[in-house]
Ligand binder design. Structure first.
Ligand code: SF4
Length: 65
Protein backbone atom coordinates (compact mmCIF):
# COMPACT_ATOMS: atom_id res chain seq x y z
CA UNK A 1 0.00 0.00 0.00
CA UNK A 2 1.15 3.49 -0.86
CA UNK A 3 -0.15 6.74 0.56
CA UNK A 4 0.18 10.27 -0.78
CA UNK A 5 -0.81 13.71 0.39
CA UNK A 6 -2.01 16.15 -2.26
CA UNK A 7 -0.13 19.33 -1.29
CA UNK A 8 -2.64 21.84 -2.54
CA UNK A 9 -5.51 20.21 -0.66
CA UNK A 10 -3.77 19.77 2.70
CA UNK A 11 -4.51 22.53 5.23
CA UNK A 12 -1.94 21.25 7.70
CA UNK A 13 -4.40 20.41 10.47
CA UNK A 14 -2.05 17.68 11.69
CA UNK A 15 -4.74 15.04 12.22
CA UNK A 16 -2.98 12.44 10.06
CA UNK A 17 0.37 12.92 11.78
CA UNK A 18 -1.28 12.72 15.19
CA UNK A 19 -3.10 9.50 14.27
CA UNK A 20 -0.21 7.72 12.49
CA UNK A 21 3.08 9.44 13.38
CA UNK A 22 5.00 6.53 11.79
CA UNK A 23 3.55 7.38 8.39
CA UNK A 24 2.86 11.14 8.27
CA UNK A 25 4.75 14.25 9.29
CA UNK A 26 4.27 17.97 8.68
CA UNK A 27 6.91 19.74 6.58
CA UNK A 28 8.39 23.23 7.07
CA UNK A 29 5.58 24.69 4.97
CA UNK A 30 2.95 23.23 7.29
CA UNK A 31 1.88 20.57 4.82
CA UNK A 32 1.65 16.86 5.58
CA UNK A 33 3.72 14.30 3.70
CA UNK A 34 4.14 10.52 3.72
CA UNK A 35 7.25 9.31 5.55
CA UNK A 36 7.58 5.92 3.87
CA UNK A 37 7.55 4.78 0.26
CA UNK A 38 5.34 1.87 1.34
CA UNK A 39 2.95 1.86 4.28
CA UNK A 40 4.08 -0.52 7.03
CA UNK A 41 1.79 -3.55 7.34
CA UNK A 42 0.80 -2.72 10.90
CA UNK A 43 -0.20 0.83 9.93
CA UNK A 44 -2.51 0.03 7.01
CA UNK A 45 -5.78 0.29 8.96
CA UNK A 46 -4.66 3.51 10.63
CA UNK A 47 -3.71 5.03 7.28
CA UNK A 48 -7.19 4.21 5.98
CA UNK A 49 -8.65 5.91 9.06
CA UNK A 50 -6.43 8.94 8.43
CA UNK A 51 -7.70 9.11 4.86
CA UNK A 52 -11.31 8.96 6.01
CA UNK A 53 -10.74 11.58 8.70
CA UNK A 54 -8.78 14.08 6.61
CA UNK A 55 -11.05 17.15 6.52
CA UNK A 56 -10.09 18.10 2.97
CA UNK A 57 -9.73 14.70 1.29
CA UNK A 58 -6.02 15.34 0.72
CA UNK A 59 -4.91 11.78 1.42
CA UNK A 60 -4.96 9.20 -1.35
CA UNK A 61 -4.27 5.51 -0.87
CA UNK A 62 -3.21 2.97 -3.48
CA UNK A 63 -4.17 -0.41 -2.08
CA UNK A 64 -2.46 -2.55 -4.71
CA UNK A 65 1.05 -1.16 -4.39
S1 SF4 B 1 -5.36 15.28 7.94
FE1 SF4 B 1 -5.42 16.03 5.80
S2 SF4 B 1 -5.50 18.26 5.95
FE2 SF4 B 1 -4.83 17.49 7.94
S3 SF4 B 1 -2.57 17.54 7.84
FE3 SF4 B 1 -3.21 15.48 7.21
S4 SF4 B 1 -3.39 15.56 4.95
FE4 SF4 B 1 -3.35 17.68 5.73
Amino acid sequence: MKVKVVDNLCIGCGACAALVPDEFDINDNGIAYALNSKVKDNNKDLVKDAKENCPTGAISVEENE
